[in-house]
Structure formats: C-alpha cells, structure tokens
Design a protein around this ligand. Structure first.
Ligand code: NAI
Length: 433
C-alpha cells in the first residue's frame, strides 16, 4: 500500500494550511534550508508516528529535505487533519497512512504499514512505533536501526520503564524533556489549544465557571493559567505534594477530585495517568458537567465506569460532545427522579487535537526544530561510528541553545552577553566570599 488517506481531493486545502503554518515556523524553515544543502539524512528511511497536522507536515518536509525517505502515520485516531494528509501525499510526495476517526484496527494497520518501509530512524509521539517494533518487528532492530525520538511525556515514561526493565533495544532521544519543548509546547501550546478545543466543541463561556484541572505538570500549569485568564475559577487536583504546593502558591484552589467533582462545571485531565475521573467522581458531579482530557491516552476518564452508570447509550448532541444520562443521586442540584447529564468531549481523547487544531505553529516550531536536530544527531553519531547503547538520551544543550537563540532571533528579541569579568566571576569561588 502506497498511502492511505481519507480523500486525496482535499490536497489543495491541506497545502494552504501547511503553507499558513510554515509562516509561523521560521526556526524549522532555517533548519530545512540548511538540511537541503547538507543532506544529513541522505538515504535514510524514517518512520514517523505523529499527529498528522499542518505543523507535522512542515517537519516531514524538513526531514525529506535532509534526504530521508519519510513515512508518516497518525499517533492518535482522532488527531489527523485529512486535508493535510492528502496534501502530503499529493503535493509533497510523502506517503501517509492516516484517516481522522480510524478504528483501532486501522490505526495499528497504519503503524505496521510505516514499519514495513524498514525504517532506520523512528519518530514517535506516544511510543507506538517503538513498542510495536519491540513486540512484532524485532527484525528491524538488527537491520541497521540508528535510533528514534520521542515527542511526549507519556511516551518518555513508557520508554524509561522499558529501559529500566532492560527491554529497550534501541537508543531514543527524549525530545519531550528538552526545555525548548516542554516549557513551551506542553505549557503554552496545550494551555491554549485545550481551551480552544473545549470552546469549539461546546461554545461554553468560561467566565464565571468552575474549571477543574487534574494534574499540575507542564500541561496542567498552562491550562490552569489560561483558564484563569478567561475568567474561570480554577481548581487543581494533584497527587504530588510539591506540585500541589506550587499550584496553591500560584493562587489556585487545590483539593481532591472527590471534592472538586461536586463543584466543577468543566473538568480536564492532563496527568498521563488512568482513571483520574471515575465512578465516585461522576456520582458527585452537577447536572451538565463537561468532562474532557488533554493527556496522551484516552484512559484518564473512566468511560467504562461512566457507561455502566449511564442509562442507555450516550447521545451525540454536537460533534465531539456525547451526553450520558445518569439517574440523579439525591445530593445533587437536580430534583429527585430526574436524570443528571454528563457531557464527555472528544470521547475522552486529546480534546485539543480532536476538536481543535492542536498546538499553534509558532510553538511547534520549537518542538519540531528540536525533533529535526535530534534526528540529525542520531544520524551523525552513526556516521562518526559512535555506537549509542540502547537507552533514553537527553537532547544536548547545544541543540537547546541553537533552537532558543533562533526562536528569539525570529521574534526580534536580543539578550545580554556575559562580560569576560562576569564569566570569570561565575566560574570562580574565591571572589566575594
Ligand atoms: P507532567 O509529568 O509534567 O505532569 C503530569 C502531572 O499529573 C504530574 O504533576 C503528576 O503528579 C500529576 N498526576 C499524576 N496522576 C495524577 C492523578 N491521579 N490526579 C492528579 N494529578 C495526577 O506531564 P505533562 O508534560 O504535563 O503531560 C501530561 C500528559 O499530557 C501526558 O500524557 C503527555 O503525554 C500529554 N501531552 C499532551 C499534549 C496535547 O497536545 N494534548 C501535549 C503535551 C503532552
């Protein structure tokens, strides 16, 4: 199979979208220009499993410009932009295997399809390629595999668990852990685009609402900050004492989910954990509560428990909004005998990608430049005969500095430089003590 996209005739719209995003990705464009001349990935087959968005398309173009043969599939069944997928195939000659709304079987068939291209480099967002390679395609590990990169927190957590068990058999660069990624993409990207997904799906007015954020990591911080900016009263739930303390000192209410459940109007999970909102919480919710997730997998909201509590099948009341009707427990606001309604957005999947367009291009500019440079580093290590042991590697400080400087430059922001005296002072211990 050469490609599998929903409708190739959408290519024209997709190209417009890709070019629009490119305007806001100057750092990646500069990397692409250099790659075009230097061809650091010449002759390499690269499989990427990423959200198929306009920004990803510009990353794929960059990798192709570097000389790689790029094969792309989706890292989530609901995150594909079908017009972008079509444009990549038709206008840019990049094979894509992704359709928005694909079922589980097709999703994995697409993962397998890109692995059939026999990649020596992988690029994951959630470790699907790497885990499929280790479970089904171990032949690829012996066939010149140079390594891979990982885009998201949940993927890195899984890869570290594999490394700890001695199960990881290839080097991986943890792009997610680069400061040029999580401080910006997870915080500002997820913060803004998650609210956008919720608003597009529901048209809810956030001012005056009680907005519950589960998890105060990089994504949760951004989401809480932006929800407050829209006028909501924000409650944070956490399991980590330090993060909870940070949230409290940032001025948010902090309480257990069981308590927050009774007062929240809109709930969003961003923990990377499972069953964060479950039966005990649904039971306490108000009539009309909206529940969604921006964490990587669709396990943060326990939909099986909600289904079991609900009467009948959920009803799709708007695109990306399912209404579950639950017999109202006595302590909620709705009068006895009535049903309580709980609305689940985007089937509990990443609401910012399913119901909106994912992160804005400007922030993906940094994440994807870091991705491209990390890939170049893997190829360079191999070219120099440096054998990387199977492990999870950090992005080098040099790459982080390059990306940050280029981004600042593109924003027209200049910073100070150390004077020779300051440099000496910072490296000394005798002076001033
Ligand atoms: P993080 O590790 O910085 O933060 C997660 C937080 O959740 C931690 O503070 C942890 O203590 C907390 N937590 C864990 N279990 C919890 C529970 N049961 N209740 C309340 N809090 C709990 O991770 P980060 O970077 O914020 O990512 C969170 C998730 O979002 C991951 O799954 C990641 O892959 C995903 N992600 C999604 C993006 C999107 O576009 N929607 C973009 C970037 C990351």
């Amino acid at each position: 199979m050469e490609s599998d996209v929903a409708d190739i005739e959408l290519a024209r719209t997709g190209t417009g979208r890709i070019e629009w995003a490119d305007r806001d990705m100057p750092v990646l464009a500069a990397v692409r220009e250099r790659f075009e001349k230097e061809k650091p990935l010449e002759g390499k087959v690269l499989a990427a499993c990423l959200h198929v968005t306009a920004e990803t398309a510009n990353l794929a173009r960059t990798l192709k410009a570097a000389g790689a043969s790029v094969f792309l599939c989706a890292s989530n069944p609901l995150s594909t932009q079908d017009d972008v997928a079509a444009a990549l195939v038709k206008e840019y000659g990049i094979p894509v295997f992704a359709r928005k709304g694909e079922d589980r079987e097709t999703f994995f068939a697409h993962v397998r399809a890109v692995l059939d291209a026999k990649p020596v480099l992988t690029m994951d967002d959630g470790a699907d390629l790497v885990s499929t390679i280790h479970q089904e395609r171990t032949d690829l590990l012996d066939d010149g595999m140079l390594g891979g990169t990982e885009e998201t927190t949940t993927g890195v957590v899984r890869l570290r668990a594999m490394a700890k068990d001695g199960a990881l058999k290839m080097p991986i660069v943890s792009v997610n852990d680069a400061k040029t990624k999580n401080m910006f993409d997870n915080r500002y990207g997820t913060g803004q685009s998650t609210l956008e997904g919720i608003i597009r799906a529901t048209d809810v007015l956030l001012a005056g609402k009680v907005f519950v954020v589960a998890g105060y990591g990089w994504c949760g911080r951004g989401l809480a900050m932006r929800a407050r900016g829209m006028g909501a009263s924000v409650i944070v739930t956490e399991i980590d004492a330090v993060k909870a303390l940070e949230a409290a000192m940032d001025g948010f209410s902090v309480m257990p989910m069981e308590k927050a459940a009774a007062v929240g109007d809109v709930f969003c999970t961003v923990t990377g954990n499972k069953d964060v909102i479950r039966a005990a919480h649904f039971e306490r919710m108000k009539d009309g509560a909206m529940v969604c997730n921006a964490g990587h997998f669709d396990v943060e909201i326990s939909l099986p428990e909600l289904r079991a509590m609900a009467e009948g099948e959920p009803v799709r009341v708007r695109p990306f909004v399912d209404e579950y009707r639950i017999r109202t427990p006595a302590h909620t606001q709705v009068s006895a005998g009535m049903h309580k309604r709980v609305y689940v957005l985007a089937e509990g999947r990443l609401v910012n990608l399913a119901a909106a367009e994912g992160h804005p291009a400007s922030v993906m500019d940094m994440s994807f430049s870091t991705q491209a440079l990390a890939c170049e580093w893997l190829a360079l290590c191999a070219a120099e005969g440096k054998m990387l042991a199977p492990a999870v590697y950090e992005v080098s400080e040099e790459i982080e500095r390059q990306v940050a400087e280029a981004k600042l430059g593109s924003m027209g922001v200049a910073i100070d430089e150390l004077t020779p005296e300051q440099e000496k002072y910072m490296a000394s211990w005798q002076e001033g003590t």
